[in-house]
Design a protein around this ligand. Structure first.
Ligand code: FAD
Length: 419
């Protein structure tokens, strides 16, 4: 038989991940708070972030953050209310020094995600809030007359006046955020948009570059040609992997890619076709006795191993005399460098994606306090919302900022009720 507690909590938070723990750490001592977590310990995904180093947030003006998410107008007020600088200050005040990497990513100076988790758990402890693990929330009901929520887990029945859903998305399901909570909240009438893996690598058809694994090409221009939508363009670094394409430009745009989409890579985005042609022709004129290998290695500012692949693909023999290279071959080479086509075979699934695109419909959520329209006392924060950001610390920043905005508005609302 399910155990039932008489206590009516002021607040129950479902999920002890980044957002749920931050909400718990910020909830005042006077707010009787319980955090329910299905795993045997809190913060399992948090410990995996940034390969165990935890890329907390990113450097830069918060104004520039907004465009790093799928829904800039929704995230704006939330991020402005608790910025990257506020977050760094928050952790540093609690003794966790942060450092900035050359690429702008912010980490704890210890490069240890465990230290981030420890700060959050210490704060929760100090406030006297409880975390109960091995408690999988299986159903939630709200009494229309009293407004009290009943939260049923695999073990117990709990009651609360306010409920924050912080159950995460569906990526890396073995960390506990496996999407099941979306089914649990459906009876409450909460709308959920289609869930899709985001921040993942991409496999392409007839991938020829597995031998280039580990090679990064800086600042390529990516264009995604979709069948029934406008092309999407982006700029960033690309990485070759054994089975496909990766790197920030691919990972950040993976949410926009579907099987059979065509993607075009411009490997030399800062050179025009015309300038490349001029460079090649001038080189050939000056060096008639050199070989095709010399011509293309010396005029294309890309790793030689990649240019070697292009030569093979275009059936240009490396020892062809420069003077014998045809105009057609020059044009074909430039075409490949500036407009290399790939067809998407598949994007990595939820087990490989670092975030989830889709979630609780943001149209049903108030940005001023993250509350659900039409369900008083219910709030949704973090990745459970239909918000996903780019790699670089943006997803954790949103998890923390949304938790902050929710808790602070909640504290104000509660104190108004007490007056
Ligand atoms: C490998 C990896 C690396 C990443 N690295 C970074 C990074 O360096 N920087 C960055 O910004 N982002 C990173 N992310 C993304 C980031 O981790 C997430 O966006 C963030 O953790 C979301 O926080 P959350 O609290 O919303 O959800 P989660 O952290 O997923 O937490 C949700 C919690 O809810 C619990 N839960 C779910 N359902 C129930 C239920 N029914 N009952 C009880 N509990 C439940 C889950 O067990 C889980 O503990 C990474 C993601 C992955 C997978």
């Amino acid at each position: 038989m399910t155990k039932s507690f008489k206590t009516v909590y002021d607040l129950i938070i479902v999920g002890a991940g980044a957002s749920g723990l931050f909400a718990g750490a910020e909830a005042e001592q006077s707010i009787k708070t319980l955090i329910l977590e299905r795993n045997t310990s809190p913060g399992i995904k948090l410990l995996m972030t940034g390969s165990g180093q935890c890329n907390l947030t990113h450097d830069g003006n918060i104004k520039d953050f907004v465009k790093r998410y799928n829904n800039p107008s929704f995230v704006r007020t939330i991020l402005y209310a608790f910025t990257n600088d506020n977050l760094i200050q928050w952790f540093e005040e609690k003794g966790l020094k942060c450092i900035k990497r050359e690429d702008g990513k912010i980490f704890p100076a210890s490069l240890n995600a465990q230290d981030v988790l420890s700060v959050l758990l210490d704060e929760i402890n100090k406030k006297g809030h409880q975390i109960k693990t091995n408690e999988k929330v299986q159903s939630i009901k709200r009494d229309l007359e009293t407004g009290i929520f009943t939260v049923n887990t695999n073990k117990c029945r709990y009651s609360c006046r306010n409920l924050i859903l912080a159950g995460g998305g569906k990526s890396y399901p073995m960390t506990g955020s496996n999407g099941e909570l979306f089914e649990v909240i459906k009876p409450l009438g909460i709308r959920v948009t289609a869930l899709k893996p985001s921040l993942t690598t991409v496999k392409v058809c007839d991938y020829p570059y597995s031998t280039l694994t580990g090679v990064t090409i800086k600042q390529v221009a990516l264009k995604i040609n979709k069948k029934e939508a406008k092309p999407i363009t982006s700029l960033g670094d690309l990485l070759f992997t054994p089975s496909g394409l990766s790197g920030p430009v691919i990972i950040n745009n993976s949410r926009n890619m579907d099987s059979d989409d065509q993607i075009i890579i411009d490997f030399l985005s800062d050179a025009t076709m015309h300038s490349l042609e001029e460079r090649m022709v001038a080189y050939i004129r000056r060096n008639t006795k050199k070989t095709a290998k010399n011509v293309f290695f010396d005029t294309i500012d890309l790793p030689n191993r990649l240019v070697e692949h292009f030569l093979k693909r275009l059936n240009i023999k490396t020892d062809t005399k420069a003077s014998e290279i045809s105009v057609k071959q020059i044009h074909e080479m430039i075409q490949l460098v500036k407009s290399h086509p790939f067809i998407v075979k598949e994007t990595g699934g939820f087990d490989k994606a670092m975030a989830t695109s889709g979630g609780v419909c943001t149209a049903d959520i108030r940005t001023e306090n993250l509350s659900c329209k039409g369900i008083p006392g219910l709030y949704v924060i973090g990745e459970m919302l239909d918000i996903d950001g780019e790699t670089g610390g943006y997803n954790l920043q949103f998890a923390f900022s949304s938790a902050h905005k929710c808790i602070f508005s909640f504290i104000i609302d509660e104190s108004k009720k007490m007056c």
